[in-house]
Design a protein around this ligand. Structure first.
Ligand SMILES: N[C@@H](CCC(=O)N[C@@H](CS)C(=O)NCC(=O)O)C(=O)O
Length: 347
């Protein structure tokens, strides 16, 4: 077999990301050259990873006169199965039964030097190409929405087909919109689902804030740290908070009010990636979920077994994305075998 076709069948990237920290000119599918940083450099100069603030922050509204009014078949969600932030949006979309109102595209698991790419289902099983904008890369959407865009090209992206722009690229806000903005178009049972009820908002926020900083983003700050100091500044906090959550879940099925809320959904997408990816790849190996956190494991299984959620978990995309795209961490691109604990096991 020719090396090139071998590469193709194994999906080994032919162009490996460079370690350059210098600015370089890159070309998008628009004709405009842009000056951008090598997007595969994750850590700052001091070795710490800092997540950028999302740029598109509009809201879909139930008000029919709003700029971004909720309407069936007007909005489209772009995700990666690998990404825990995008996974939140997909989870809420499924649980609220919004799949009949909002379209979905899923990028290839491999994140290269042009960012997230669209592939056909044959090229990348599970991928759903962009039939709305016919984009080749997620970056094309960002430039369509703002030709002068200078930030990162992240998923999730909520796209408005009517105004041909990005409504929002911040998962925590997208899940709030999905939670209530489309209720007028949903059957009673789905309308009644509320992951952020007013009476529980303070308690939900009180979990969300430290979990975001120490767990959801904590694993990235540990894994993308490029100095020992930056790694050690962050990795202990991950386990301080997993320990707290473990103790809390000894007496309750869910984080808040013994009911599924957005606090659970936000944490869950990180927890199911923990043993197969973050433990090894991001060096978060002080403890593991299956081995050391029985209450968190039970909770993760409970959520996975809610109808509609198992189909949102694509462990093949998850593992291949991290281990094959972050070659500065895993230069061989070899992907480990284990998918972590069996989430479908009896609770
Ligand atoms: N704050 C954003 C973060 C999203 C995010 O960082 N997504 C990652 C994937 S896990 C991404 O698309 N990264 C591509 C890049 O930074 O180039 C959110 O929660 O929506």
């Amino acid at each position: 077999m020719l090396l090139s076709s071998l590469r193709l069948s194994l999906r080994i990237p032919t162009v490996r990301p460079t370690a350059s920290i210098f600015y370089k000119a890159t070309f998008t599918t628009s004709t405009k050259p842009i000056m951008s940083k090598n997007i595969l450099n994750w850590a700052s100069k001091d070795g710490e990873f800092r997540r950028q603030t999302s740029s598109f922050r509009d809201n879909v509204s139930p008000d029919a006169n709003a700029t971004f009014a909720a309407e069936p078949d007007r909005y489209h969600l772009y995700i990666s199965y690998a990404c825990p932030w995008a996974h939140r949006a997909l989870a809420v979309l499924k649980l609220k039964g919004l799949d009949s109102l909002i379209g979905l595209s899923v990028v290839d698991y491999y994140l290269g030097d042009k960012g997230w790419k669209f592939s056909t289902n044959e090229e990348c099983p599970g991928a759903i190409p962009d039939t709305v904008n016919n984009a080749s890369y997620i970056r094309d959407l960002y430039f369509k929405a703002n030709p002068d865009y200078e930030g990162r090209f992240t998923v999730p992206v909520l796209w408005d087909k009517k105004l041909k722009t990005i409504v929002n690229n911040e998962s925590s806000e997208i899940i709030r919109m999905f939670n209530s903005a489309f209720n007028a178009f949903l059957p009673e049972d789905k309308k009644a689902i509320n992951f952020y009820p007013e009476s529980l908002q303070k308690e939900i926020d009180d979990w969300n804030t430290p979990i975001y900083d120490n767990v959801n983003n904590g694993v990235y700050k540990s894994g993308f740290a490029s100095t020992q100091e930056a790694y050690e500044n962050n990795v202990f906090n991950v386990f301080t908070w997993l320990d707290k959550i473990e103790a809390h879940l000894a007496n309750t099925d869910y984080l808040v009010a013994n009911t599924l809320t957005e606090a659970d959904i936000r944490l869950w997408t990180t927890v199911i990636r923990f043993d197969p990816v973050y433990f090894g790849h991001f060096k978060c190996n002080i403890k593991g979920i299956e081995k050391d956190y029985p209450n968190i494991l039970k909770w993760a299984r409970r959520i996975y077994q809610i109808p509609g959620l198992a189909e949102t978990v694509n462990m093949d995309h998850i593992k291949k994305h991290y281990y094959m795209s972050h070659l500065q961490i895993n230069p061989t691109g070899v992907v480990p075998i284990s998918n972590g604990p069996d989430l479908s096991a009896a609770i």
